[in-house]
Design a protein around this ligand. Structure first.
Ligand SMILES: O=P(O)(O)OC[C@H]1O[C@H](OP(=O)(O)OP(=O)(O)O)[C@H](O)[C@@H]1O
Ligand SMILES: O=c1cc[nH]c(=O)[nH]1
Ligand SMILES: [Mg+2]
Length: 217
C-alpha cells in the first residue's frame, strides 16, 4: 500500500513539478554524460528541497528595510541536517545546501552487496547535535529499500526523531519495505518506477546512480 490510507502509514509523495520531470527524463537517458548527470542531480536535488521544506515553521522577526520598519518572517528554531547515503547521495547535497546554507551535513557510507543485495555500512559521521535536528536523508535510488531503511535505523539509533527521506527514482518494492520498516518517516521521490529486475536494478530506472555520477565501472 503506497499511500497514507492506513492511519499510521507515512506520506509517500511523487513530486510532479514539470521542471523535475523534464530534468529527470534527461538524467535517465543512457547518452547523458557524467558531467550532465552531476549537474542534473544537483538541480533536481534543489527542486526537491523546495517541496520537502514546504512545511518548515516560520516565526516573526522585526527588521528595518531602507525605508521602513516591518515584521518579517524567518525560519523558526528547528535546525536542519542533510544526510546523504554514499556514494550516490552526495550528488544531491549541494543543491539542497544552496537553498538551506545553515544546514549541517552528516554522512552514511553504505554499499549494496551485489549478491545478497543487502546494504553494508562502512562509515557514519554525524554532527554532534544530530538528535536535535530535522534530517533530510538523501539518496537518488530506492530499489529494495535496504539502504534507506538502514540509513533511517542509523539516524534513529542516534536519537533523531524528525526524518524525511528524499530520493529521485523509487521502486514499488522499496517503497513498501520502507513504509513497513519506518511508518513514521515521510518519503518524497521524483518518480515511482515499475519494478526491480533480477539484479535488483530499478526498471526503467537510470542504471547505477553512483557509477554515472562519478564515472566509475
Ligand atoms: O534500495 P537498495 O536495494 O538498497 O538500493 C539502493 C542503493 O543502491 C545504490 O547504492 P550502491 O550500493 O550502488 O552504492 P554507491 O552509491 O556507492 O554506488 C543507491 O545509491 C542506493 O544507496
Ligand atoms: O537501479 C538501481 C538500483 C540500485 N542502485 C542504483 O544505483 N540503481
Ligand atoms: Mg552504485
Amino acid at each position: 500500500m503506497l499511500n497514507a490510507r492506513r492511519k499510521k502509514m507515512s506520506k509517500f509523495q511523487v513530486v510532479e513539478h514539470p521542471l523535475i520531470q523534464h530534468k529527470l527524463s534527461i538524467l535517465r537517458r543512457k547518452e547523458t554524460s557524467s558531467k550532465e548527470f552531476r549537474e542534473l542531480v544537483d538541480e533536481i536535488g534543489m527542486l526537491m528541497a523546495y517541496e520537502v521544506s514546504r512545511d518548515l515553521p516560520l516565526e516573526d522577526v522585526e527588521i528595518d528595510t531602507p525605508v521602513a520598519h516591518m515584521t518579517a518572517k524567518r525560519l523558526a528554531g528547528k535546525k536542519l541536517a542533510i544526510v546523504p547515503i554514499l556514494r550516490a547521495g552526495i550528488g544531491m547535497v549541494d543543491g539542497i545546501y544552496k537553498l538551506i546554507p545553515a544546514a549541517r551535513v552528516g554522512h552514511i557510507g553504505m554499499y549494496r552487496d551485489e549478491v545478497t543485495l543487502k546494504p553494508v555500512e562502512y562509515l557514519v559521521k554525524m554532527p554532534t547535535d544530530i538528535a536535535e535536528r530535522q534530517v533530510f536523508l538523501v539518496d537518488p535510488m530506492l530499489a529494495t529499500g535496504g539502504s534507506a531503511i538502514l540509513g533511517v535505523d542509523v539516524l534513529k539509533k542516534r536519537g533523531v526523531k524528525n526524518i524525511k527521506f528524499v530520493c529521485l527514482v523509487a521502486a514499488p518494492e522499496g517503497v513498501k519495505a520502507f513504509q513497513e520498516a519506518h511508518p513514521d518517516v515521510d518519503m518524497y521521490c521524483a518518480a515511482l518506477d515499475d519494478h526491480l529486475n533480477e539484479q535488483g536494478y530499478i526498471i526503467p530506472g537510470l542504471g547505477d546512480a553512483g557509477d554515472r555520477l562519478f564515472g566509475t565501472k
